[in-house]
Design a protein around this ligand. Structure first.
Ligand code: PEP
Ligand code: MG
Length: 562
């Protein structure tokens, strides 16, 4: 494919609002495994090949060290750790021995890294968590040997727009937001974790841009994360105009209320300790979804109870006397927790994930609940606990019993499987609350993988089927007097937030950056208006018309630039 010409606008799905301009930095494709039987380069002396491996490792180490000096925070720490690994004599010696034994240099590095990773995983603890760094070093050395661009997120001293096929959650976690001003991906969808993390970081992002990979490095692009557009070589007047549209500044005062004074709790979604600060700064009333699995992504050994207690305490401490809803581990299709040692599955999104893991590894749930209870006992936060991916009343009952054994009273469920929404009136009898995860609820109701950009139009919480499932859950909650909240990305859409409140949602939990917008729109809208908007949305024949009908009735959105 040829690169889009100057002035061209390529489109995708805007998933994180904001505008930014900068040169394209391409994230290289992952390094492929060199074929097993690949022979050494003919006519080359094995000793010379072994020396090539050493030189490549040295170059990778030096490059990483240099990049680390330009990076900040977590990215710097990761780069330093990876540089150390590149200089690891054990890895080098093993690779060189394999080259002397007849393997190609690239294959030798691949196999040697595999052995080192296995040894680290066996030792366990901190060292086991370095397995990820070994893979990073392996790929970099192989790229160096093969003359390929270095893998991983490129780091520049100047601002850049990151263009990638997709970015894994672990890579997003080290994204250096002082360098990366916007994100454009060829894959992904509004509810993929890449999109969720981009919103949390406040990085404008457009996903599912089919022509993204045709953009050449260095080309200047103007990214509009609300409109979902990428303009190539934008004329100065367009750049000026884009940055002139500034929205009226509004802040959330920390108490969610509607125009008629009715309360709606406005909470933050938090993934890890680093996510606490933005939530506090945005004046969140508390935490409506603490995604605990994000604290342990990539760990090859289960976190100990003590380790968990210290992580949870840090989060609880930031919200004294406030509500913090902790979700137990939700390993999923794109959130790998290697320590669970789950076997490969044909359909991971339909597999052993969320609360289902407890049937295999009850010890992990027990340890986690023990840690949550200990942390809750040591801090003053009002701790609630909920299980992900519940689909039957029996799972809800078992979870509530496990919570009770750990001394946790406020047990609830996430409603993100259609079966749970349809049977909410039974499920809610054994737990105290429900929180609707609209991201997965949309994926499962519409049978559309949330990571598939091609299906993003189906994976939309405005879909009539999804709205009905939300309504059913809220009705069940109202009948049983169990509070029902929403913690999926739908809550961060200010127009949809009104609809959710109209259905009866008592709380909305979202990325901290959306709190001010959602609070401002709710403050301008009465509860009765919300009920009417919910009826309007339900009466629409499809997602597009539902969104349009509701937005037309909310002129405040335009006034706030939303
Ligand atoms: C959801 O599914 O809506 C949800 C909040 O959970 P996650 O996005 O972490 O799967
Ligand atoms: Mg979910």
């Amino acid at each position: 494919m040829t690169a889009p010409p100057s002035g061209a606008v390529i489109t995708g799905l805007g998933v994180s609002p904001g505008r930014a301009v900068g040169p394209v930095a391409r994230m290289p494709e992952p390094v492929a495994e060199p074929p097993a039987g690949s022979p050494p380069t003919t006519g080359t002396d094995p000793t010379a090949q072994a020396d090539r491996v050493r030189l490549a490792a040295v170059r990778v180490r030096d490059d990483l060290r240099q990049q680390a000096t330009r990076a900040h925070g977590e990215s710097r720490a990761v780069l330093d750790a990876t540089a150390l690994m590149a200089a690891d004599p054990a890895l080098l010696a093993a690779a060189q021995a394999k080259v002397i034994g007849g393997l190609s240099a690239a294959r030798a590095v691949w196999e040697a890294a595999g052995e080192v990773a296995e040894q680290l995983a066996e030792v366990g603890g901190y060292l086991a968590d370095r397995v990820h760094d070994v893979a990073g070093v392996r790929d970099r050395i192989i790229a160096e040997l093969s003359g390929l661009p270095s893998p991983g997120i490129p780091l520049g001293s100047r601002p850049y727009v990151l263009v990638a096929r997709d970015v894994a959650p672990a890579e997003m976690a080290i994204l250096d937001t002082s360098g990366c001003v916007a994100l454009v991906t060829a894959e992904g969808s509004p509810t993929s974790h890449t999109a969720i993390l981009a919103r949390a970081l406040g990085v404008p992002a457009v996903v599912a841009v089919t022509r993204a990979l045709d953009l050449s490095p260095g080309t200047v692009v103007l990214v509009d994360g609300a409109a979902g557009t990428v303009r190539v070589d934008p004329p100065v007047r367009d750049v000026t105009a884009a940055f002139q549209v500034s929205t009226r500044p509004h802040v959330f005062d920390g108490i969610g209320r509607m125009a008629d004074g009715r309360r709606v709790e406005l909470l933050a979604n938090v993934a890890d300790i680093a996510g606490v600060k933005p939530a506090v700064e945005a004046n969140a009333e508390g935490v409506g979804l603490f995604r605990t699995e994000c604290c342990f992504l990539g760990h090859t050994q289960p976190p100990s109870v003590d380790e968990q207690v210290s992580v949870y305490r840090e989060v609880f401490r930031a919200f004294p006397g406030r509500k913090v809803v902790v979700r137990t581990l939700d390993a999923g299709a794109d959130k790998p927790l290697p320590f669970l040692r789950l076997s490969a599955e044909e359909n991971p999104a339909l597999g052993v994930r969320g609360v289902r893991v407890a049937a295999r590894r009850a010890d992990l749930l027990t340890d986690q609940l023990t840690a949550i209870a200990a942390a809750a006992g040591a801090e003053s936060a009002d701790v609630w606990v909920m299980a992900p991916m519940v689909s039957t009343a029996a799972e809800a009952t078992q979870f509530a019993a496990a919570c009770s054994r750990a001394g946790l009273v406020n047990a609830g469920v996430m409603v993100e499987v259609p079966a749970a929404a349809l049977t909410a009136s039974t499920i809610l009898q054994s737990v105290r609350f429900a929180s609707i995860g609209t991201n997965d609820l949309a994926q499962y109701a519409m049978a559309a993988d949330r990571l598939q950009s091609e299906l993003a139009h189906l994976n939309d919480p405005w879909q009539p089927a999804v709205l009905r499932l939300v309504q059913l859950t809220c009705q069940a909650g109202a009948a049983l007097e169990r509070p029902v909240g929403v913690c999926g990305e739908a809550a961060a859409d200010a127009a949809l937030a009104c609809v959710l409140v109209g259905f009866g949602a008592a709380s909305l939990s979202m990325t901290p950056r959306a709190l001010a917008d959602v609070a401002a729109v709710l403050a301008a809208t009465s509860y009765n208006d919300c009920v009417r908007l919910a009826e309007l949305a339900l009466a629409a024949p499809d997602a597009r018309q539902a969104r349009h009908a509701v937005r037309t009735e909310l002129p405040v959105l335009g006034e706030l630039g939303l």
